[in-house]
Design a protein around this ligand. Structure first.
Ligand SMILES: *[C@@H]1O[C@H](CO)[C@@H](O)[C@H](O)[C@H]1NC(C)=O
Ligand SMILES: *[C@@H]1O[C@H](CO)[C@@H](O)[C@H](O)[C@H]1NC(C)=O
Ligand SMILES: *[C@@H]1O[C@H](CO)[C@@H](O)[C@H](O)[C@H]1NC(C)=O
Ligand SMILES: *[C@@H]1O[C@H](CO)[C@@H](O)[C@H](O)[C@H]1NC(C)=O
Ligand SMILES: *[C@@H]1O[C@H](CO)[C@@H](O)[C@H](O)[C@H]1NC(C)=O
Ligand SMILES: *[C@@H]1O[C@H](CO)[C@@H](O)[C@H](O)[C@H]1NC(C)=O
Ligand SMILES: *[C@@H]1O[C@H](CO)[C@@H](O)[C@H](O)[C@H]1NC(C)=O
Ligand SMILES: *[C@@H]1O[C@H](CO)[C@@H](O)[C@H](O)[C@H]1NC(C)=O
Ligand SMILES: *[C@@H]1O[C@H](CO)[C@@H](O)[C@H](O)[C@H]1NC(C)=O
Length: 718
């Protein structure tokens, strides 16, 4: 290196110092650190990191996931998502400079070594999303040394036991503890804010914590996040809780808490952004002082026993994004609230209450609204043009109110181009189904339910333009005429529900070409948004994507005549078929035995004749069969699922015979228990069938909620 001699002396001096200090530091990590890391590696079964760690064996600072400071001391080990298995060796505690350890999202098991928690250097310890187990008690340490630990994330593991004051001893510097999603018992720890004065985040969700909320929480002046949802907490919100005025997020959903929201207390939490108290036993009204919580973004009070009118001051909470008050007993007119101020509102769930009056026009100023659920209330009147302002609206449920003018409603909804789900059944009583050609738009509609309205008319042609339709409910109307042949042109339709109307004519053969029912294409290939929003919401009010609709055809309770088309065998993907309570005649087509995905088959209450095709015992997923009240004859098959159906499945067919209905078929039916060889085969087979039946039953129960229309409308309407 060549220095310019004109440089002033101080600069040279600095340069010299720099040069010296660059020369002095260790050239690699120490042997002892290397040993500690290799001991940790030896405790794992995984070799994805082993390669990197051994190839460059000289300097462990260069190993994958290892960070050193300028003195070549190991300060960080970060190995999330590496598929690590087996145990965390305590040797990591020997890395005297280790400050950050992140082993999240692996498959580590065994305990969490106390050496890591009580290390003299560790500041951030994240072992979340593993299978670590052990009693939290084992983490307690009996000296009065202060640990530097600030962040401890042990969430989503298998830890058990409870927090005691000894667990906290030593954790004077703790700022954030996430212990959610374990199997912790006992009570919410008390006194922790005395021990760790900077404590800001406590997450204990999804555990088995019981008892009441400790009043000590009030001493936590720095606490910003307190989440203890999905536990077994009881009692009321203690007055002292509201002294924790830094709280931004308070979540006690899904517990057994009681009492009211006190108007004087709640305003103290002026920093609150998220208040989650759903699924408890709170009563009383929403206090008008809630309007002073100017930072409130989410208000979740669903599934409680709250009542009274909503305070008009709610409209002062202009940051609100989400309001969920469903399943309470709130009353009064919504028009008293000026929703115009809630410019950020995206989700408004007021379903299953007793609101009356009309739908407030001011809601139509919330132009960011994507989901609006007002179902199961007593709202009346017409939908006004204003709803067309809601360009982002994707989900609209108005089921079970007293709305009128379905023609007008469908015209004004044309404007909501993003509408994916429209649930408006149980309104518009005895009106006529509009069949005008100028009903248009709805190009994104996936789910349409206009059920139980006693509408007259026919299935209108405009439905044939809903090119993305997947689910259609028109049951419980008085629609007449034939079932239109164009139904099969709806490429994505997988659930057609037309029961209890006055349809006449034959089952159109074209229906046997419905693309979704003839192919294995699943709804998963389609837009998942619809399922996110509509299908059964789990207890936590989280959207549940777990249940897809079954592929189903329901034509029961009409006046359909003719024979069941032989082409029915083409609907290979069909899971549920109900054509009961019609005037069908002729035989049960042999081809039904091709519907190998069928779980439910109801052909009852028709005039079907002939024998039950023996091949129906091929339907190994069939868990419910009803062919009662027809004119069928001959032997009832005994193989396959037929050994599991009750005799009521066959009632009202005087000429049927078989053991299940206690009627001998004569010589035609051999007694299967005749010889030992036959007997063995028979029992083996019936055992297989039972296993299959159990499997089928599980599948059936899994999607079973869907089959029951009442249950279904409770969920998707709600
Ligand atoms: C930590 O290091 C010491 C020596 O420095 C050694 O005796 C001990 O076994 C190490 N502990 C672990 C757990 O590796
Ligand atoms: C640990 O790593 C995961 C995955 O990258 C990351 O999400 C998490 O925030 C990290 N933990 C800490 C405490 O930084
Ligand atoms: C664990 O919790 C800490 C503190 O809340 C957080 O920073 C970190 O991101 C969490 N880790 C994961 C994997 O989410
Ligand atoms: C706490 O843990 C839960 C469950 O592992 C996780 O969902 C949540 O995001 C975590 N919170 C923070 C702040 O990291
Ligand atoms: C709970 O932990 C399990 C196992 O790590 C994980 O699959 C699940 O998603 C977690 N649940 C929540 C709510 O974080
Ligand atoms: C905490 O709350 C209690 C009860 O509401 C009250 O008496 C007390 O003065 C409060 N303490 C502080 C420090 O604000
Ligand atoms: C509702 O609020 C908007 C915006 O603040 C205001 O323009 C309007 O006059 C209010 N309406 C009523 C009826 O108070
Ligand atoms: C309509 O929905 C799509 C897909 O979710 C979204 O990207 C788009 O922004 C939405 N349009 C409006 C106007 O909200
Ligand atoms: C139908 O089954 C029930 C109980 O399983 C039985 O009591 C009844 O006698 C059976 N009826 C006939 C006609 O076999």
């Amino acid at each position: 290196m060549k220095y310019n001699s004109r440089l002033p002396l101080p600069v040279l001096a600095v340069a010299l110092v720099l040069l010296v200090s660059l020369a002095i530091p260790a050239s690699s990590c120490t042997e002892q650190e290397k040993t500690s890391l290799l001991q940790f590696l030896a405790g794992l079964s995984q070799d994805s990191i082993a390669k990197s760690w051994q190839e460059d064996s000289i300097d462990c600072c260069k190993w994958e996931g290892v960070t050193c400071n300028e003195n070549k001391t190991v300060v960080g080990v970060s190995l999330p998502f590496r598929g690590l298995e087996r145990r965390i060796a305590p040797s990591l505690g020997n890395l005297t400079g280790l400050q950050h350890l992140n082993l999240s999202y692996n498959s580590l098991s065994g305990g969490l070594p106390l050496e890591l928690v009580s290390s003299r250097s560790m500041v951030v310890l994240d072992v979340s999303f593993n299978q670590l187990s052990g009693d939290l008690h084992e983490l307690s340490y009996s000296t009065s040394v202060q640990w530097p630990l600030q962040v401890l994330n042990i969430s989503s593991n298998l830890f058990t036991g409870q927090f005691t004051s000894t667990t906290w001893k030593g954790m004077q510097n703790l700022i954030a503890l996430n212990a959610s999603n374990n199997s912790l018992t006992g009570q919410i720890p008390s006194h922790f804010c005395n021990i760790s004065p900077s404590f800001a985040l406590l997450e204990l969700s999804y555990n088995k914590i019981s008892g009441s909320i400790p009043s000590w929480i009030g001493n936590c002046s720095m606490l910003r996040v307190l989440k203890a949802d999905h536990n077994n907490l009881s009692g009321t919100l203690p007055d002292e809780l509201f002294n924790a005025t830094s709280l931004e997020r308070l979540s006690f959903s899904s517990n057994g808490l009681q009492g009211i929201l006190d108007r004087e207390h709640i305003v103290k939490l002026s920093n609150l952004a998220i208040l989650e108290l759903g699924e408890n036993e709170f009563t009383g009204k929403i206090p008008d002082s809630i309007g002073q919580l100017r930072r409130l973004q989410e208000l979740h009070l669903a599934r409680n026993n709250m009542y009274g009118e909503l305070p008009s001051t709610l409209s002062n909470c202009t940051d609100l994004i989400m309001i969920n008050l469903r399943n309470n007993s709130f009353t009064g007119e919504l028009v008293k609230i000026n929703f115009s101020n809630l410019e950020n509102l995206k989700t408004l769930y007021l379903a299953w209450n007793n609101f009356n009056g009309t739908i407030p026009e001011s809601i139509y100023s919330c132009i960011k609204l994507t989901a609006l659920r007002l179902s199961y209330n007593n709202l009346h009147g017409q939908l006004s043009n204003g709803i067309g302002n809601l360009k982002s609206l994707s989900f609209l449920s108005l089921t079970y109110n007293n709305l009128i003018d379905i023609t007008g409603a469908l015209h004004v909804l044309n404007g909501s181009k993003n509408l994916s789900t429209l649930l408006i059944g149980l309104n518009f009583m005895n009106e006529t189904m509009p069949d005008e050609d100028n009903i248009d738009g709805f190009e994104n509609l996936h789910f349409l339910a206009i059920e139980e309205c006693q509408l007259s008319g026919t299935i209108p042609l405009w439905i044939s333009k809903l090119a993305n339709l997947e689910v259609l409910f028109l049951n419980g109307n008085q629609l007449s005429g034939p079932i239109p042949t164009w139904i099969y042109t709806l490429n994505y339709l997988l659930y057609l529900d037309l029961p209890n109307n006055n349809f006449t004519g034959e089952i159109p053969k074209e229906l046997m070409n419905m693309p979704m029912l003839t192919s294995d294409k699943t709804a998963a290939n389609l837009d998942p948004r619809i399922f996110e929003l509509t299908v059964y919401e789990g207890p936590s009010d989280q959207y549940c994507t777990c249940i897809a609709f079954p592929k189903a055809l329901y034509l029961n309770g009409n006046k359909i005549t003719g024979e069941i088309p032989v082409e029915i065998g083409q609907l290979k993907a069909l899971q549920s078929l109900d054509v009961s309570h019609n005037n069908l005649k002729g035989p049960i087509p042999q081809s039904i035995s091709n519907l190998t995905n069928l779980q439910v088959l109801d052909l009852s209450n028709n005039n079907l004749t002939g024998e039950i095709p023996a091949a129906l015992d091929n339907l190994s997923f069939l868990s419910a069969l009803n062919i009662s009240n027809n004119n069928l004859e001959g032997p009832i098959p005994t193989g396959g699922q037929f050994s599991t159906f009750p005799n009521s499945s066959f009632d009202g067919n005087p000429r049927l015979c078989g053991r299940v209905i206690n009627k001998n078929c004569g010589l035609a039916e051999a007694d299967p228990a005749v010889g030992p060889a036959v007997s063995v085969v028979y029992t083996d087979k019936s055992w297989d069938n039972k296993v299959i039946a159990v499997v089928a039953f599980i599948v059936f129960v899994g999607v079973g909620v869907i089959y029951d229309h009442m249950v279904l409308s409770r969920y998707f309407g709600g």
